[in-house]
Design a protein around this ligand. Structure first.
Ligand code: NAD
Length: 227
């Protein structure tokens, strides 16, 4: 399984396109979510991430997240979910705790990384969050997010390639499929003879390349498919 921002839309988290409105819309993502932006103005970058952190904690997992966690409980070790989302809602719905695997390819808004040691620590509750946060080692921490111009975590990416290449069935849910590695994973599964199903209310660049598409929102589409 591969999910993108669309699966969290029903939890009220804006997709990439929807995020083009509001206060931060006048900043291009690469002006906030990149190593040069952070070097230039860590305070501003952290202010943006602290706001997104508060927003995702205020949101709740929706039916789509829950159905994927239930499917994992049913399939066990054979279940693999890679998400491009950083909102942590799959983990909060229980994915990765029922014998299967959850990998967060782009990191996570709920934690931060010690800039010296690379260790990852959960962020304190938003009320107690001071930015930039300091790790238990006393070092400044950066957001635990894969930024523009950075590599995806190698182990997570390798695990995803292996899972998709060996899959019988793969679902591609709520992703526009343009950001690497979404398209690559879907096409690897196709090339190895898998049935690859897209769930998305809109046509995407992947649509013509996959086995079939359900033109539904994530929750409804998954429910129909699993029934
Ligand atoms: P995207 O915004 O490019 O595409 C979202 C896709 O979801 C679109 O194809 C849209 O048609 C579809 N969609 C909208 N509502 C839906 C629904 N209810 N059910 C199913 N599909 C729906 O997002 P992306 O493909 O994930 O790529 C953008 C990048 O931005 C990713 O790298 C991701 O890390 C990041 N991002 C993450 C979040 C999050 O964590 N929730 C939110 C915005 C962006």
């Amino acid at each position: 399984m591969l999910t993108g921002a669309g699966i969290s839309a029903e939890s009220g988290i804006p997709t990439f396109r929807d995020a083009q409105t509001g206060h931060w819309a006048r900043f291009r993502p690469e002006d906030l979510a990149s190593p040069p932006a952070y070097q230039r103005d860590p305070e501003m970058v952290w202010e943006w991430y602290a706001g997104r952190y508060r927003d995702v904690l205020a949101a709740q997992p929706n039916e789509g997240h829950r159905l994927l966690a239930e499917l994992e409980a049913h399939k066990g070790a054979g279940f693999f979910l890679a998400t491009q989302n950083v909102d942590g809602l799959h983990a909060r719905a229980g994915s990765g705790t029922h014998g299967g695997t959850l990998v967060e390819l782009h990191g996570n808004l709920l934690s931060a990384r010690d800039e010296k040691t690379g260790e990852i620590f959960p962020l304190p509750a938003p009320e107690g969050l001071q930015t930039p946060p300091v790790s238990p080692n006393g070092n400044r921490m950066r957001p635990n997010i894969v930024w523009f111009g950075e590599y995806l975590p190698e182990a997570a990416l390798n695990a995803a390639h292996q899972a998709f290449a060996g899959a019988e069935v793969a679902l591609i849910i709520g992703t526009s499929g343009v950001v690497y590695p979404a398209a690559g994973l879907a096409l690897e599964a196709m090339a190895e003879g898998a049935t690859v199903i897209e769930i998305n209310p809109d046509e995407t660049e992947l649509t013509p390349l996959l086995t079939f598409s359900l033109r539904e929102k994530a929750g409804q589409g998954l429910r129909l498919l699993l029934e």
